[in-house]
Structures are given as C-alpha cells and as structure tokens.
Design a protein around this ligand. Sequence first.
Ligand SMILES: [Zn+2]
Length: 220
Amino acid sequence: MNFQELMSRYKLVKVMKAMEAAGLNHGTAGNASVRCAEHFLVTPSGVPPLKLKPSMIVKLDIKGHSKSRYKPTSEWKMHVDLLAQRPDMNAVVHCHSRFATTLACAGLEVPSLHYMTAVSGGLNIPLAPYATYGTAELAQSIAKTLQQGRRACLMANHGQIAMGTSLEEAFIISSEVEVQASYYYGTLVIGKTVCLSEQQMHDVVVKFKSYGQNGSKPPS
Ligand SMILES: [Zn+2]
C-alpha cells in the first residue's frame, strides 16, 4: 500500500466521524468514497463510524471487485459510477440527514431561496428520482442528476449525496445541503418562501468561481 492510499484511508475514517459528529449520519446509514489512482476506496458495509478503522476501508476496481475481507457499502455502485463519470471530482459522501431526507420524502428539491444553494453547482439543489438502494438504477438516477458542474442533490425517499475535489470539500457541501434543506423546511412551515431570481443566482455562481485562494470555494 502506498502513502497516498494510506492517507486516503485515514481521511475516509475522519470524514465518517465528522459526519457522525455533525449529526448527518443515522447509525450505519452514511457512506463515503475517494478516488485512489485507477481504483476507488469506499467505506465498509454495516460498520458504525465510531468503530471504523483505516484497515476496514475497501478498495474496489470499477466493476466492484475487491480483495478486502470487508464487504463494501451496499451503495458502492453509485459512488464508483459517479467518480467514473466525473474525472473533475475525487470524493463522494452520502447520508440520510434529517432535513434533506424529509424534503426528499416529500418529493421536493431545494429552490434558490438562499445564495448558498449554489454550492450544489447550479441554481437549486435538485432531486434525483427514486430507485431501490444499492441498485444500478439508483446509480444511474444519481449520475444523470449530477451531470457536469453539479455537486450535490437530494435522493427521492432516501437522502442526499455530495461530491468534491476532496473528502473535506464533499463533507462541507453535504453539510451545507443539510443547512439549506433546513431553511427550506422552515419557510414551508412559515408558509412563505421567497426565492432569488435566476439572474441573482447567476451572479452568485460567477462570484463563487473567483472567490478565495483558488477560486473554488464559496463564501461562508
Ligand atoms: Zn443511503
């Protein structure tokens, strides 16, 4: 095992514990993956984040073959297909966070009610159509929703998924998706949602591209 793979295994454990600490996970529901040269490192099936160790991380090829004694997350295919489709991205996190999942169970996407919805890479946070967990159909639904430029979406009757150039970035986007979902839920409870216009959101997307040291991070 080379140094890069070892570091990636530690980072996967770290991001799963961070998701747990942030309240994004429910039991063993969350999972994550990161590109590792021609392979993919994914979290194992059924191991709670607090018991996860770097040696339990599963290394897969694009067809899901592995030499690990641990079984990969049952949702490995949507991770691998997404990373294969998006060479500009290196990491994926998925969880059943409370507000994102609530909206996804109501068949709702998050509209452009706050400028930070642009972290999804578009003007809203879209909703991917439902398919059974772990199936090729679900992987296709997510891959179709997260085309070029998109970074996050809700998953109908299931949860949310986010991607980034690193695990840290994917985690930040996933956290922001949950916050945006909570804002939208709140406005639905109040009974009034005021959305930004397409032009106002386009202005934010342009600003995001030139923000920070490398132009890739949105403002906080
Ligand atoms: Zn799931």
